[in-house]
Design a binder for this molecule. Structure first.
Ligand code: ATP
Ligand code: MG
Length: 201
């Protein structure tokens, strides 16, 4: 139980995410090692916390979680697994005043925007407002409290990323803490209509 629950004990902070294989996260960490000294004000995300957010739900009453899971499961089953690859570094909102440093993804079948759009539409009737901004799939590496100029530092990653299979999406719970959030997968939903017996409950 984190400090965020003190005032609202019956609610949880939720989002839906895709996970990247650990060896690809290790590669990105190796290849961005030099940035840890050159970008002084960055707060780096631990590897175990790195993910690609598809849909941010925010606070939800605990008693809505099973209805949310049903919706996420239907969306997951309606998309076949696909292949993605981590590619170039980038920053939000701009590389001259970065607040977020990220790695983008090559997603030739546009699986991630398809999932994000379906989650957006399917969760709206449950009271989660549809996203107004365009979806930019990314893996957050670091955040800046004070916007920082990063454009000179964003040289291309040296090794080409390995393409990896996206076989499921996770309903995630976020535990906010002053020293950084911790994320927990509540449940993984496999993509497609294949064998569901392997799912993690
Ligand atoms: P903190 O908010 O303490 O910096 P955090 O942003 O890592 O921590 P959350 O705010 O719970 O943790 O966010 C969980 C995930 O959802 C992160 O990937 C975050 O980038 C994403 N996210 C958070 N807020 C939004 C939002 N309004 N729209 C889209 N994605 C969001
Ligand atoms: Mg946040």
């Amino acid at each position: 139980v984190g400090p965020e629950n003190a005032s609202q004990p019956e609610s949880v902070r939720l989002f839906v995410a895709v996970h990247v294989p650990p060896d690809e996260l290790e590669r990105i960490e190796r290849e961005t090692e030099h940035l840890r000294s050159s970008l002084g004000g960055a707060r780096w995300m631990q590897r175990s916390n790195q993910h690609v957010t598809l849909k941010f739900l925010g606070r939800s009453p605990v008693d809505r979680v099973s209805a949310i899971q049903e919706v996420v499961e239907i969306v997951a089953r309606s998309h076949e697994p696909g292949e993605c690859r981590l590619t170039q570094l980038g920053a939000f909102p701009t590389t001259r005043r970065a607040r977020v440093l990220w790695v983008g993804l090559d997603d030739p079948m546009s699986l991630l925007p398809a999932l994000a759009g379906d989650l957006d539409r399917a969760l709206e009737p449950l009271g989660f407002p549809a996203e107004a901004r365009p979806f930019h799939p990314h893996l957050t590496l670091a955040r800046f409290k004070v916007p920082e100029r990063v454009e000179e530092h964003l040289v291309a990653l040296t090794e080409p990323g390995r393409s990896f299979a996206v076989t499921g999406i996770d309903l995630m719970r976020s535990h906010l803490h002053p020293r950084g959030a911790r994320y927990e997968s509540l449940r993984r939903f496999p993509l497609g209509r294949g064998d569901l017996t392997g799912r993690v409950d």
